[in-house]
Design a protein around this ligand. Sequence first.
Ligand SMILES: Nc1ncnc2c1ncn2[C@@H]1O[C@H](COP(=O)(O)OP(=O)(O)OP(=O)(O)O)[C@@H](O)[C@H]1O
Ligand SMILES: [Mg+2]
Length: 278
Amino acid sequence: MTTLEETPGSSKADPVLVAHDVQRWFGGLQSVGVDHLEIETGLVTSLIGPNGAGKTTLFNLLSGFDIPNSGSVVFGGSDISRAKPHQRARAGMVRTFQLTRSMTRLTVLENAKLAAQHQVGERLWCAPISALWKRQEREIEERARAVLATFGLGRMVDEYAGTLSGGQRRLLELARALMLEPRLLMLDEPMGGVNPALRETIMDQLRSLAAQGTTVLIVEHDMDMVMGVSDWVVCMAQGKVIAEGRPATVANDGAVVEAYLGSGYGDPLEPSDVEGAQ
Ligand SMILES: Nc1ncnc2c1ncn2[C@@H]1O[C@H](COP(=O)(O)OP(=O)(O)OP(=O)(O)O)[C@@H](O)[C@H]1O
Ligand SMILES: [Mg+2]
């Protein structure tokens, strides 16, 4: 970590993800034009930048929900440029969305279990012994209850997901992602609509995931969170990576300050100016 170079596109010691020459055009406008980006294993990396910088589009391209006009994505040493989102997820690249996507007519517990059942079901499709299935089912349920409790949803397990608040749905989505035991967890604005007390919970969870070796990549506008949770920050503006480095380095970077000023957000060093911005 201490030896990583703080320049856009720098090589990392042990990158889990390498994007090269990833471009996405809509009509005549380029939304993403990332020459090179490496995400280091086991760190929490935040992707920041003003509205319209291309953060969500890049997330979509990395996770296979959108196809780049050119470029390659290598995950865990394998070229996944042509892999579908579910194939990337099975390889350990799991993402959540800027707008939550839980299944409103299932209970909170069912939502969490479903994420893992799909995975285990595929692994065990030929299991001849139903006892084995039942044991798996029990283990999944225990794990789901534990993960939900960590996010303060322990008492909501039997509620329909549709009855949750926006913030609670975001926590449920995070819990569902964790049920997949991701190698790379990608979160698009995980703090959106989450109350301040639970923000701390999320930050603690992300830190402890990283400590256990999970790589975390988040898109976040809340600068308090970015400064508090990140080992590394990548800033995009107009589709390009304009700076990357440790949080304090990027927050003080002239190009970053200019990009935020140009967007009318003020100085990113002042968290209150940026917090809550969508
Ligand atoms: N499907 C699309 N069709 C046309 N233009 C698009 C499409 N998706 C994104 N764009 C454009 O690409 C640019 C980048 O958008 P993107 O949503 O990736 O930004 P962002 O950094 O995630 O912004 P925000 O912080 O507001 O979420 C914007 O100019 C946007 O209008
Ligand atoms: Mg976005």
